[in-house]
Write a protein of this length. Structure first.
Length: 94
């Protein structure tokens, strides 16, 4: 799968061929993307971009990330994809 950046250059999803952690947690809670968008006050297109791995969840502002965590009743470690960030989160939330 190839996507075009805003400049029109081809890009690939960040982590191809694997459901994002956000998609896995959302589905496990029985929520649609629209319901999660409503609960977290984050646009459905943003949620879609994260789930399609076009935009990493780690790029969200702290406020948006917190709203996702609250809407899903989960911990940061449940959503973080990036290995370096994951190590930091594990250290902070021991």
């Amino acid at each position: 799968m190839i996507f075009l950046s805003r400049k029109g250059t081809p890009t690939k999803p960040l982590y191809a061929n694997k459901d994002s952690k956000l998609a896995i947690v959302r589905k496990s809670r029985g929520l649609s993307q629209q319901k999660l968008a409503d609960l977290s006050n984050i646009s459905i297109s943003m949620i879609g971009h994260i789930e399609q791995k076009i935009k990493p969840v780690e790029s969200l502002s702290f406020a948006r990330f917190s709203r996702l965590l609250n809407a899903l009743s989960c911990k940061p470690i449940d959503l973080v994809e990036d290995e370096t960030t994951l190590k930091i989160v594990k250290e902070i939330f021991k």
